[in-house]
Design a protein around this ligand. Structure first.
Ligand code: ADP
Length: 174
């Protein structure tokens, strides 16, 4: 299944069932959770990777982002949340996963995701990127918008899981 040079991971039955879903998750939104729920049907062993250093200032520390995600997925068997540093392909390899899952909302996501998927394929030819199309009710949701509206005092219970909504409210009051 794999080209000779490429992913060092053998495509064993367990690695074929495992995917990583990497991101900043600053904070986790209901859009992310929707991707996680649907990806989990395809990959019963789903590792959500929280980027330690996503190259942008984050509102929440990596520890906080992991806590918020772990709380949100606590009733979803087969989903693990793990922080990671560095390249996504190295993270996927360390987890012995064969697939990277990403979400797509708008056309505007496409260009960046496309470039990244092609770059990752060059880095690790055996690793596939799979895109989950957003559900339309979440197509407008982004962590950036959530942070902006939270800072202005919006009630975010409909958009993010309960613990994230609480922490956003506390942050806005700081
Ligand atoms: P990153 O900073 O790596 O883009 P994000 O936390 O913003 O990380 O998003 C992680 C992944 O989830 C990305 O592929 C992003 O496109 C996807 N995503 C974010 N919000 C949604 C949503 N509402 N619906 C579907 N996918 C989403």
């Amino acid at each position: 299944m794999y080209p000779k040079r490429g992913l060092q991971v053998k495509a064993t039955p367990s690695s074929l069932r495992r995917a990583v879903y990497p991101g900043s998750f600053d904070p986790v939104t209901n859009g992310h959770l929707d991707v996680i729920r649907r990806a989990r049907k395809l990959f019963p062993d789903l590792v959500v990777g929280v980027a330690v250093n996503p190259g942008k200032g984050t509102l929440f520390s990596v520890d906080e982002r992991v806590i918020l995600l772990k709380d949100a997925v606590r009733r979803l068997p087969g989903v693990r949340v793990i922080p990671f540093n560095g390249l996504v392909v190295h993270f996927a390899r360390s987890q012995k996963a064969c697939v990277i899952v990403r979400g797509l909302r708008m056309l505007s996501d496409f260009e960046y995701e496309f470039q990244m998927a092609l770059t990752n394929r060059k880095l690790e030819p055996g690793l596939e990127t799979i895109f989950m199309m957003t559900s339309e009710e979440y197509s407008y949701l982004s962590s950036r918008l959530i942070k902006e509206t939270a800072a202005l005092g919006a009630d975010l219970k409909r958009f993010v899981p309960p613990l994230a909504a609480r922490r956003l409210k506390e942050k806005a009051a700081e």
